[in-house]
Design a protein around this ligand. Structure first.
Ligand code: NAD
Length: 292
């Protein structure tokens, strides 16, 4: 069994990007600039944003964080998005989700210029991705494909079962992995909360991807021997032995499942760092597109 080390792989990608950026700087060219909008004080969102800003620094990118109070009006966020759409110095930007209930997430996503939509959430990007046209692919699915690519995992003709059909993880992954391209060509089953006989379906998987947000949901009896298991879940669970009182747990019961697999991602240190590395790759791409 091999551990699919997302942390190590993400570091390699970051170093590759940093090298490119250094070269651009030397040549007097613009360096990529990622901006982020954060609304409120949710602990998880603050951690995610901080990790993204740290990654920008490691890549040599410029970054700008714009923070707003929980009670901010929707119109203020929409105006800020418009400003970022028009700001030539900003190559790409993200609005950290979730947003407070009084702000319409769909409206927010639709107001982002698709050429700066480095999270790949805009319908224009999702549509292009679906048709296998050049687009921004949302960071978690593209990070998983990149991990598969870097570890040269054979996907052709494999049965892939994905648990969870969200617009940011399961749904795009099901499309990418079924497309006719390298590190695609899987026969994909996209399962969800209404799926019957989930255990039996999972047992058919050569590649099992868990993205449902239920800690330790995937157990040994759901795994086909030799399967590749990718754990997207990240949930904070109480842990009094930790200084902060919590720890991160994945959707897969790693301790019992790992021995049955041929390859598996850990949590933390698996998909999470790859998601951030993908966002950096998308930002670099946004700058390239602007220069074309
Ligand atoms: P979501 O809540 O939007 O979607 C969850 C999906 O799981 C839904 O489609 C639902 O139908 C399905 N589901 C829920 N319970 C189920 C069950 N018992 N059986 C089968 N399907 C079930 O979640 P999301 O935004 O896709 O996130 C999923 C998990 O991945 C969360 O833990 C989240 O924190 C994590 N996540 C991690 C990263 C990362 O970078 N590692 C990025 C995004 C999300």
């Amino acid at each position: 069994m091999i551990i699919l080390n997302g942390k190590e792989t993400a570091k390699i990608i970051t170093d590759e990007i940093a090298e490119l950026v250094k070269k651009r700087k030397k040549e007097g060219k613009k360096i990529p600039h990622l901006a982020a909008i954060l609304v409120g004080n949710d602990g998880g969102s603050i951690t995610y944003i901080n990790n993204k800003l740290k990654a920008c620094e490691a890549c040599g990118f410029e970054s700008t964080l714009m923070r707003f109070d929980d009670s901010v009006k929707e119109s203020i966020i929409l105006n800020k998005i418009q400003t970022l759409n028009e700001d030539d110095n900003v190559d790409g930007f993200i609005v950290q989700l979730p947003l407070p209930k009084h702000i319409d997430e769909t409206k927010v996503i639709l107001s982002i210029d698709p050429i700066k939509d480095v999270d790949g959430f805009h319908p224009m990007n999702i549509g292009k991705m679906t048709l296998n046209l050049p687009s921004f692919v949302s960071a978690t699915p593209s990070g998983i494909i990149e991990l598969i690519r870097r570890y040269k995992i054979d996907t052709k003709g494999k049965n892939c079962v994905i648990i969870g059909r969200s617009n940011i993880v399961g749904m795009p992954l099901s499309i990418l992995l079924s497309q006719n391209k390298e590190f695609g060509n899987c026969t994909v089953t996209l399962t969800h909360s209404q799926t019957k006989n989930l255990k039996e379906v999972c047992k058919t998987a050569d590649i099992l991807i868990a993205a449902l947000g239920q800690p330790l949901f995937v157990t040994k009896d759901m795994i086909k021997e030799g399967a590749v298991v990718i754990d997207v879940g990240i949930t904070r669970v109480e842990d009094k032995t930790k200084v902060n009182g919590w720890r991160l747990v994945g959707d897969v019961d790693f301790s019992s499942v790992a021995e049955l697999t041929s390859a598996i991602t850990p949590v933390p240190g698996g998909v999470g760092p790859m998601t951030i590395a993908s966002l950096m790759m998308n930002t670099l791409k946004a700058m390239d597109l602007k220069e074309q």
